[in-house]
Design a protein around this ligand. Sequence first.
Ligand code: SF4
Length: 327
Amino acid sequence: MKIFPIFIPHLGCPFNCVYCDQDTITKSKSPIAQSISDNVKKFCDNNILEEKEIAFFGGTFTKLSKKLQQQYFDAVNKYNDTLTSIRISTRPDSIDKDIIDFCKNNNVRTIELGVQSFSDEVLSATKRGYTTQVAIESCNLIKKNNIILGVQLMPGLPGFNTATLDETIETTIKLKPNFVRIYPPIVLKNTMLENWFKDGEYSPLTLEESIEITSRMVGKFKKNNISVIKVGLHSDIEKDSIIAGPYHQSFGELVRAEMLKTKILNNFEAKTLKISNKDISLFKGFDSRMLKELKAKLRLQKIPIKISTNLKKDNFIFSDVEPDENW
Ligand code: SF4
């Protein structure tokens, strides 16, 4: 699937959420319908035979005026063929049956909901403006209407604790969205979270905590056949705008390494560890962080390693074969 992203930062949002600065995150301005139309045409012409999705990210699409939503839809659907569909992002309290019908009539195939948490404690402390019940009803309504449902989750918001995390994971699994994105929040300049952080009212997760929590979430979702399409914010946020929090350019790789490490520890045998050549960077990258942790937990000076080109990434075998190297 080829995705053409269109960013509409803060457009339609009823207020600025306490952690959000879309201008910093997306670094783009809301486009006018004509420029969308021109760019979509180029994209569609270049990918005629591919399945394509035109994705509106960043604001609250369904809170735009009906007129502007229609202009955006028309700008895309002008070039619509059976291989092209639309994705929009919105808030859980900005979905109802009329909105769903309007979306369906305009070729929307996927709706991503910025749920962030399925805990009332977190939603209230974060001043999101809706309850868990509202979020659950919106998810169910989207699924009932055969629209692909994506859920965005942010572990580590104000009010977060082990119980609210478990509540969020369990509710997500029960709702069975088609996919999930996980973003541990970071404290950005010019947000309410920055004030709360400076006043000592909010402490973000550490990088270690956020890697451990995110990998636990990914593991549980995968086990329940819920696809996780992205973890962490993208890699080109301006450093100056980050006040605090668990931001890392390669957050997704750190989470993969954590998951692989946990799997190895849980299945350890005193034999040669056969790993995929595609996973070498997980062991050796980031100053060999994962390898060092593995050796420390196993109380080993060296780990005998065999590199395999046949094993798929994120897989390993303990085997009696001779090692290629000792790491
Ligand atoms: S988090 Fe979503 S709803 Fe809130 S301000 Fe940002 S884009 Fe708008």
